[in-house]
Design a protein around this ligand. Structure first.
Ligand code: AMP
Length: 281
């Protein structure tokens, strides 16, 4: 599989696919592929005649230089991981292809981008919206596949597609976990052995929250989970919030209508992990 490195070449290769009967599925990634990514790719291959994957570590969505500089990158290994899949295009552009000039667009997604990740990673979702809108423009997929692991991102992308009237169907895919519960993430590769053990506490805390839902007030449950997880010397919780699955606003009482989700972000050494779980009381 030979990756396509330029926008022009991607357009050339996609032209024939756009003209053919059949749908094009697209999976945008930042590489360092794992089973979570592969579940999205598998689904696209099953549901579409054609599948395109992008691998691009997007600088505009990183709010910390250290995180961007250390983000795992290995195109060769990624190509090997995808080799047995019938993928029609792997688009792996450099930064200057996506941003020939600085992207000055500023997005506003109402409340969706102003809580949780939006508060803790200023500019993050603006960068996500910039790159995803550009990638949709280049690839012009019929369907695009995103993981519920990044639940808030999914909500932001649905809002982006509505705002810009982009003719693409957004497909949400479930979180893939390691055997011990840790949500798969490219950043897991950066954990030391001790940190990796500590990281299982994050999903365990979510499972605990799910089990305790309804047994104590929402704010008390949030505090309890944060307190429990912070007891581990290697873990520092940034937030744990139980929010409405649709609008991502804080739930204040279990009796509120609407499906709920518990979202967490925790720092383990220099590695920042996020995860979430459906909560029904
Ligand atoms: P990333 O490379 O981290 O930008 O992720 C690319 C896509 O894979 C995003 O839509 C993620 O939500 C999705 N993804 C990452 N990890 C997982 C996982 N453990 N389970 C399901 N989807 C995932």
């Amino acid at each position: 599989m030979v990756p396509v490195l330029t926008v022009q070449e991607a357009g050339k290769q996609l032209k024939s696919l756009w003209q053919e009967e059949g749908s094009l599925g697209f999976i945008p990634t930042m590489g360092a592929l794992h089973e979570g990514h592969m579940s999205l790719i598998r689904r696209s291959v099953n549901e579409n005649q054609f599948t395109a994957v992008s691998i691009f570590v997007n600088p505009t969505q990183f709010n910390e230089k250290h995180d961007f500089d250390h983000y795992p990158r290995n195109l060769e290994t990624d190509l090997e991981t995808m080799a047995s899949f019938p993928i029609d295009l792997v688009f792996a552009p450099g930064s200057s292809e996506i941003y020939p000039e600085p992207d000055t667009r500023v997005f506003d997604f109402g409340g969706l981008d102003k809580t949780m990740e939006g508060l803790h990673r200023p500019g993050h979702f603006n960068g996500v919206a910039q790159v995803v809108s550009k990638l949709f423009d280049i690839i012009r997929p019929d369907r695009a596949y995103f993981g519920e692991k990044d639940f808030q991102q999914l909500a932001v992308i649905r809002a982006l597609v509505r705002q810009l009237d982009i003719p693409v169907e957004i497909i949400a895919c479930p979180i893939i976990r390691e055997a011990d519960g840790l949500a798969m993430s490219s950043r897991n590769k950066l954990l030391t052995a001790g940190q990796r053990t500590a990281a299982t506490g994050v999903s365990k805390a979510l499972f605990r929250a799910r089990d305790l839902a309804g047994t104590l007030p929402v704010d008390k449950l949030q505090e309890k989970i944060i307190h429990l997880l912070n007891k581990h010397p290697l873990v520092e919780v940034e937030y744990f919030k139980i929010v409405d699955r649709e609008n991502l606003q804080q739930v204040s009482d279990w009796s509120e209508a609407g499906a709920k989700i518990g979202c967490i972000a925790a720092q383990i050494g220099k590695v920042r992990l996020i995860d979430n779980i459906n909560i029904s009381s």
